[in-house]
Ligand binder design. Sequence first.
Ligand code: FAD
Length: 519
Amino acid sequence: GYNIIIFFIITHLMSILGKLKPWNPSIPYEILSLNISSKLSTNSHAIKESSKDFGKIIQEILPAAVLYPSCVNDIIDLIQFSYDLSVPFHVAAKGHGHSIRGQAMAKNGVIVEMSSLNNNNNDNCGVRVSWDSDLGFYADVGGEQLWIDVLRSTLEYGLAPVSWTDYLYLTVGGTLSNAGISGQTFRYGPQISNVHEMDVITGKGELMTCSKDMNSELFFGVLGGLGQFGIITRARIVLDKAPTRVKWVRMLYDDFSKFTKDQEHLISIHNNGLDYVEGSLMMEQSSLNNWRSSFYSPSNQTKIASLLSKNKIMYCLEIVKYYDDQNANTIDKKLKKLVKGLKYVGGFMFKKDVSFVEFLNRVRSGELELQSKGMWDVPHPWLNLFVPKSSIMHFNAAVFVDIILRQNKTTGPILVYPTSRKRWDDRMSAMIPEEETFYCVGLLHSSSGYNECKILDNQNEEILNYCDKVGLNIKQYLPHYKTKEDWIKHFGKKWNIFQQRKDLFDPKMILSPGQRIFN
Ligand code: FAD
C-alpha cells in the first residue's frame, strides 16, 4: 500500500518536472506491489530506447513501462500479473532489437529487456557446455544471449554451434523465433533445427520445459513462432568440434543460370562437401566491399569494376571450407576438387584464409565502420524472401534485372543462395516453400533518410505484388503483413495449428503484439 502511494507521489511530481511520462492507465498501479516493481521503469528515456529497432521504420510505438529482469521469475511475475487482469496488457521480449518493423514493440504494454538477464546471477542460464551419451556435446544458453557470446564461450571447450546467422549480434531467443539462416543452413538446417530443448514462459505465465518428446506442441510452436507462444529463457543448442581456420572463396559469374546451377550442385554434395554456400548480386552501383564483409584487395576491386562496367549485373558465389591443423596439408587439394568444373568467369576467383572466428564474425567490422560514419543507425527497409527453385530464373529476370537493376535504387547487399527443405521439420512454425530446394533472397537496403526509405519500400511492395500476381509461390522470411488475411495466407495449411497453439499457450494474446498477427 505505502509503496504505491509513495510511488504515485514521486511519479506525479516527476511527470510535472518532465522527467517521467505520466503513468499509463493500461497498467494498474497494483503492479507496484509486486517484487518486480524496482525493476520496472517508466522513465521517458527508457521508454524511448526500448521502442527502437534496427529497421528504424516504425516509430513512436511506446510501451507503458520497461522491465529489466534480473532472473526468469521476474518475467513470470510480470506475465502472471497481466494474465490475471480482466483487461491484460501486452508483453514483448526484446532481444537485441534487430527487427525491421517493430516486431519487438508493445504499444502501452511492457517491454522485457532480455539483456538484463545477462548479469552474474547464478540462477540464470548464461552459456553452459555439457555432454551426454544421447546428445553428445550441447550448450544450455539463455534466450537473452548474443550468438557472439555463445561462440566465444563454447570455443573455450574447442566446440561451437553448427548453424549460424551472417551476423552474430542477435539473441538466441530472437533468431529462434524466426529461423536463423545462413550459408550453413543447407548442410545443418536452420538454427531452429539445432535445438534439443527449451525453457519457455507461456502467455499464462507458466514456465515449461519442452522438446520433441515433452510438451512438443509448445516446442514446435515456439521454433519460428514469432514470439507468439512464449518467451524462451533457455535453449539447449547442438554443438560440434570447432574448426580453427577456413578457406573462403568468391567466384564471379556473368550468367545467372550457370551461377544457380553451380550453387545447387555445391549444396548437393554430401560427403566431404562445403561448410557454407551463399551468393550475392553485384551491380555497378553497389560497392564491392560492403558491410557484410570487406573481401577484395584494391587491385582486385579495379579488376572487378572493369568487368562490371561491361556486365551491368554479375553474381558472386561465396563458399567456405573449414579446416584445422590436422588437415592443413590436404585442404587446398580438397577445395580444388570441389570447385573443379564450376563455370565462373575465368580469372575471377578470389581466396582468403582466415580464422574460424574472423569468418563467422565477418559482418562486425563493417558494422563498426558504418557506425563510425553514422551510417548504421539509419532506416533499413529490408525484404527477405524464400523463393522456390522453380521460380528463381523468373525471379531473376523480373525482380533482379527488371525491377532492381533498371530502377537503380538499391543501396545495400542483395543475397541469393539455395538451401534445402530436408533439415526443416514441418511441425515447426517457420514457413518455407513447398519445394525441396528453395532460395534465400535478402534485399538488405539501407537508406539515407525517410524519403529514400519510402521509395525502397515502394519497390519492395512492387516486388511482392509482382510475385503474387504471377504466382511465384514465395514466402516472406522475417514476415511482415498488415492484415490478418495476409497472415492466414502466409501460414497456409499451418494457420489452424498456429491459431490452436495461440489458444493453448497465450489465450489472452499478451505476447509479442508487434508482429501484428492476432492484435
Ligand atoms: P528482437 O528484434 O529483439 O525480437 C524479434 C522478435 O522475437 C520479437 O517479436 C520479440 O518479441 C521476439 N523475441 C525476442 N526475444 C525472445 C525470446 N527470448 N523468446 C521469445 N521471443 C523473443 N536473420 C537470419 O536468419 N540470418 C541472418 O544472417 C541475419 N542477419 C541479420 C543481420 C542484421 C544486421 C540484422 C539487423 C538482422 C539479421 N537477421 C538475420 C534477422 C534477425 O535474425 C531477426 O531480426 C532476429 O529477430 C533478431 O534478433 P533480436 O535478438 O534482435 O530480436
